[in-house]
Each structure stands twice: as structure tokens, then as C-alpha cells.
Design a binder for this molecule. Sequence first.
Ligand code: 6PG
Length: 225
Amino acid sequence: MNNWHRYADSNALDSALAAHIAERLRADIARAGRATLAVSGGRTPVGLFRQLARCELDWASVWVTLADERMVPADSSDSNARLVREHLLQDSAARARLVSLANEDGSVELAELERRLAALPSPFSATVLGMGEDGHTASWFPGASNLDQLLDPTGTVPVAVTAPVAAAHRRITLTLSRVLRSREIILHVTGQRKKAVLDEALQRDYPVAAIFRQHATPVTIWWAP
Ligand code: 6PG
């Protein structure tokens, strides 16, 4: 996997990655007048969100959606939409439009959600994924009963509900086939432990390996110790 971008620390990583994503968004706005950015939740992207929120671009032409969401109320501290509202949709980026995957009460209406996703500018300018130490990304968790459906690169289902075996909350997640309809898949991870997980992702057949097995969409890895 020779598409690594390595930085000395997470602050340098977040600054460089924010600039990279901002350039992707500017290019699609110049090309099509609008752009979509899909992001993940968790702790890793908070610094990235804060740096990206300060980037100057036509945020009013940007739709932000999530790679996955916990099925919890929108004001829950576990809500990825809340994380995005609090850290990304601020400063210059306050004018961007958030398309949540779950309703305010945490419920999901799949047909209506598919219609919302189908209305987004596509392909996404970028989809930013994190990774857990179990090798999950988005909400593609090892052992999930519908993992094969989530990871089918030729699947026609853009989004699905899934129940992690070991993680909290039922989830609503983009499927691999929807994530592949991005101009770039950005894997944003930090720390030696996650690097070790990535180094053995393919041989251990972790869910994250699915993004490396395909060659339709460029994948870049952005890492700091
Ligand atoms: C989520 C995320 C998930 C996350 C990883 C890494 O909803 O939790 O989308 O896929 O990216 O679990 O999380 P950390 O950045 O907190 O390690």
C-alpha cells in the first residue's frame, strides 16, 4: 500500500489533510457548482474538522453527510451528526448543509434516506473513513450478520442498518458500493497500534481491507504516530 501520507504528529496531519480535502471540494465546486463530503465520527477526526472548518471555500455549495451513524437521538453525545455540527459546521463551514443518516430521535427510514442520499452531488468529492483497532471502518464491523452485504462492491444498496457484535448502538452505514462512488477514499488513522492493524488488514481479512481490494476508487492513508 504505497499511498501513505505520513506526518510527525496529528496536528500536522490534520492541517495537511484539511487543505487536501478543501482543495477537493473547491475543484468539484468549480466543476459542478456543488460538492459532497462524507465523513466519519469517533475521536480521530475532531482536530481535522476544526481545521477544515476554517478553510475558505464556498461552503454554501457543500453538502456534508456521514459514512455512518449510531442510531441514537441527534442530541446524544454518541451522535456523529452532533460531532459534525459541533466541530465541522462552524466558522467558514457553518454554511455547509448537513445530511444526517438518522432522524432526530435516532430512527431511520431507509427509503426516505436513500432518496436524500440519491439527491446529493455524486460522486462524493471525498469520503473520510476512520478505523477501529478491530479493523472496522464506517460501521462495517467484524462478525456483523450483514457484513457480506455491506462489503459487496457490486451491491445496489447504498445504505443499511447493522448491529455490531461488540460495539454500542445499532448503526446506519453507507455500504462499500456507495463509498466507492467517491473521487477519493481517505483513511484517517493515528497511532502505532492502528498502523499495525492496517499492516495486517489484508492478511487478517479485516473489514477495512475491502477498500484496498478494489481499484475503482483511489484510496489514500493519512497517518501520524
Ligand atoms: C464511528 C466511526 C467509526 C470510527 C472508528 C474509529 O461511528 O464510530 O465512524 O468507524 O471511525 O471507530 O474511531 P476513533 O477515531 O474514535 O478511534
